[in-house]
Design a protein. Structure first.
Length: 326
């Protein structure tokens, strides 16, 4: 089997696949003015997604994360889950959601083949949640998280973007919450994009101090699996839940990169902040183009560089995090 491996011997078994860039939230760090449609877009069809995932699977991809925007805005979202989960070689299907549809859909998605779910909960304080997201539905989202745990997912994760002045004082609330909850709580450093420079300068917070605090309090860092994401994961014998830290500005963050991205319009991105992407869409309509598709993916991977340049203030043309799927 051909393998997705770059010139730095990094193996790519994880694909983040965006199926829409639309979102119904107005998060202050991503889409503060709400989603703005700049042109009439045709997102990847279910057939195109099927052909894409099949090609990636044959190149060694084992995990697919369905992203957005907000992926559940697609009316065929459940069917897309089923299509991806039914692809030979795909061992894990996950999604990231803002939780808007979660309470009523968690069981349906699980039954369709979704293995794991990440829910964005940027504060455990209802007022701060409203301030960050523009949506006064904190309780509804939390009920969705509870429904996900009840549905039987292998893993339920909570994503929280660290922001000075918004949720940096929530840590004790989060820790208390996961003491008796089998949930992985992931703190993500705020990242700079083309349209949030001023916000980033005011609110960026390094995750390193949280890491040192966790280690001092007896948390143990776990060894990652080959298709795990970029989080450093910590566990503690007194807690059912876990803590994850995603720190893209940390030294050697890109050294263990194991994921590629495909946008909702069919462009392959080697890095969230790397480049403008390689168009794959002309090869997605027919299964007969699968070998040419695999060749184009492999050829593109040859140009993947050693890391991003976020610390130098370079964003690689990423307007906001919803544009490629985070």
């Amino acid at each position: 089997m051909q393998q997705l491996m770059d010139n730095f011997n990094r193996k790519f078994e994880y694909l983040r696949l965006s199926i829409t860039d639309e979102c119904n939230f107005k998060c202050n760090y991503c889409l503060p003015d709400g989603y703005q449609r700049t042109q009439q877009k045709q997102f990847l069809s279910e057939l195109e997604i099927k052909n894409l995932v099949q090609a990636f699977s044959e190149l060694g991809t084992k995990k697919i994360r369905i992203t957005g925007g907000e992926p559940s805005l697609r009316k065929d979202f459940t069917s897309i889950i089923s299509t991806i989960a039914g692809t030979p070689g795909i061992e894990k299907v996950a999604t990231t959601t803002n939780g808007y549809q979660l309470k009523k859909s968690a069981q349906q998605w699980f039954d369709a083949g979704l293995d794991a779910i990440n829910v964005s909960v940027d504060s455990l304080d209802a007022k701060t949640f409203h301030l960050i997201t523009g949506k006064n539905i904190f309780q509804k989202v939390m009920e969705g998280v509870a429904a996900s745990v009840q549905a039987g997912y292998k893993q339920v994760k909570i994503n929280s973007v660290l922001m000075k002045g918004f949720n940096d004082l929530d840590l004790s609330l989060y820790l208390e919450w996961i003491k008796n909850q089998p949930i992985q709580l992931r703190f993500i450093e705020l990242m700079q994009t083309e349209d949030n420079a001023e916000f980033f300068a005011r609110h960026h917070l390094s995750g390193e101090k949280f890491k040192q605090m966790l280690l001092a309090d007896g948390w143990i860092q776990k060894v990652p699996l080959s298709h795990d994401g970029p989080a450093q994961i910590f566990s503690h014998e007194a807690y059912q839940g876990e803590i994850g830290l995603i720190m893209p500005y940390s030294k050697d963050f890109c050294k263990s990169c194991n994921r590629l991205r495909v946008s909702s319009s069919g462009r392959l991105h080697l890095c969230l902040f790397g480049e403008q992407g390689v168009d794959l869409r002309d090869l997605l309509a027919s299964e007969n183009d699968k070998e040419a598709l695999k060749s184009r993916i492999l050829q593109a991977l040859e140009s993947k560089i050693s890391g991003h340049f976020l610390a130098d203030g370079l964003m690689g043309g990423t307007p906001h995090l919803a544009s490629i799927g985070g």
